[in-house]
Design a protein around this ligand. Sequence first.
Ligand code: HC1
Ligand code: SF4
Length: 575
Amino acid sequence: MVKLTIDNCEVMVPEHTTILDAAKSAGIQIPTLCYLRDLNEIGGCRVCVVEVEGCDQLVAACNNYVLDGMVVHTNSPKAREARRTNVQLLLSQHDSRCTSCVRSGNCNLQTIANDLGIFYLPYEQHLAREGWDFDFPIIRDNDKCIKCMRCIKVCESVQGLGIWDLTNRATHTAVGTRGRAPIGKTDCVACGQCITHCPTGALRERDDTETVFDAIADPDKIVLVQIAPAVRSAWGEELGISREEATVERLACALRRVGFEYVFDTDFSADLTIMEEGSELLERLGKAAKGEGDSRGWPMFTSCCPGWVRFVKARYPEFVDRLSTSKSPQQMFGAIAKTYYAKVLGVEPERLFVVSVMPCTAKKAECALPSMMGEDGAPDVDVALTVREMVRMIRASHVSVDTLVEEPLDTPLGFGTGAGVIFGATGGVMEAAVRSAYYLVTGKNPDADFFTDVRGLEGWKEAVADIDGTKVRVAVAHGLGNAARLLDAIRDGRVRYDFVEVMACPGGCVGGGGQPIHDGCELAAERGQVLWSLDAKADIRFSHENPDVQACYREFLGAPLSPLAEELLHTDHHA
Ligand code: HC1
Ligand code: SF4
């Protein structure tokens, strides 16, 4: 152990503890901007500088370690003055019009500047004034970039993509796409991880809220909204509602007050996805067992995460054929809404305007794919909103959250099973699929918890699911860096699997790039627990037992993989 003094407090911490963590253990919160634990510990922003007795220079607390007998002052005049100057210099290259910034009120730079009493900017401002493709789901505004490098690091180290890089030199240093390519021409998969790891408003999603408000105001349109599984784990965070209170039924109430006519659940179509994807897997395994050829190759990969699908197309095109042809639950919902549900309502499909609320930014790109349009050329899903956009709409609609009550979702697309809920956490799609595969093979249900081997946050998990004697080799990865390692191992013949689930974001959709932002905090594990416990409490925990899914097959689709199901619920990833 090391004994030191920080701001007149005696502190005992293990060796190799940073000054930042040592201070934290004594209840002293040193401000940081660029720091991200284990990811970005470069000491670049110089906001965490502290004075150490005996040292001529101030030191960064985030990447300097404690020494026995050290005496640290985190808020001495010298440290405070340097911190203030450093923040003022950052602001000299920062568009500080906070009122028109999406991160106003949730910006670490804003908070630190305020706490330091910076109420005027002494240095002349130089802004970048760069252009951007505002149609892309990820928007970069370099006037707000403080060059903390977090986006570079998360994209490179966690997602293995390396889209961002430093551009220019000296005072003109900026962050942009590597080689300054237009963002749409890079391999960016639009996962949004750079957004949720940005400390300011330099990165944000394309805002589609006005399009939705316009649709709601249009008397000719019937506006439906679907709520993705992982949204229920996090939507209350920005609104100050506890996890217990922030139920999907309360969210239904909020969305109706915003003006949505029907509120449905993507869990419904997650169950539908299991029926289609599970049947596809079993059909392919059956053919393989009979020795019938299959040119697509193994394993079969899940295809519900659009960031992952874009990643395969961009970086591993030889594996595109191995993606399940099943559309994602978001897209299946839209396709069913504009056909089956239009019939239930007895209205022309053109009148339906389908919105989805997703924990994801890549869903915006997915719903715009040419392969995700109906026969008439209209999109299955008209607009995909992130949770952050949805929260802005709730606020803009003057909904007072303490008056929200639990309201049932609409039927028949508003019911999902426990298996549908866990889609939002890494391993959940696999677990849901194995539960129903067991039934489809044997005609009887296993215990709902018979296969839990791929739960947990390890980056790459593998297991063998025993389906009544048939061994199915499965793997689960989350975070595209982990996915790349897994794909390389498959390509090199080091591992062999039958079925693989990949989610682009760490933790799965609960850690999605469209979720509420809490600077420097990873909440995927906590949010995932919400979904696992909703599943444990659910009355129905098997996708094939979803009565609304059963009715949809009985009344409309026929059976999984029927010609109509193929037409509406499957896609060609090459298209
Ligand atoms: Fe997801 Fe999915 S789980 S991809 O993370 O398969 O976004 O929540 O909606 O479509 O169901 C996201 C979540 C989501 C789809 C489902
Ligand atoms: Fe990288 Fe994802 Fe950001 Fe694109 S959206 S730059 S892939 S982190």
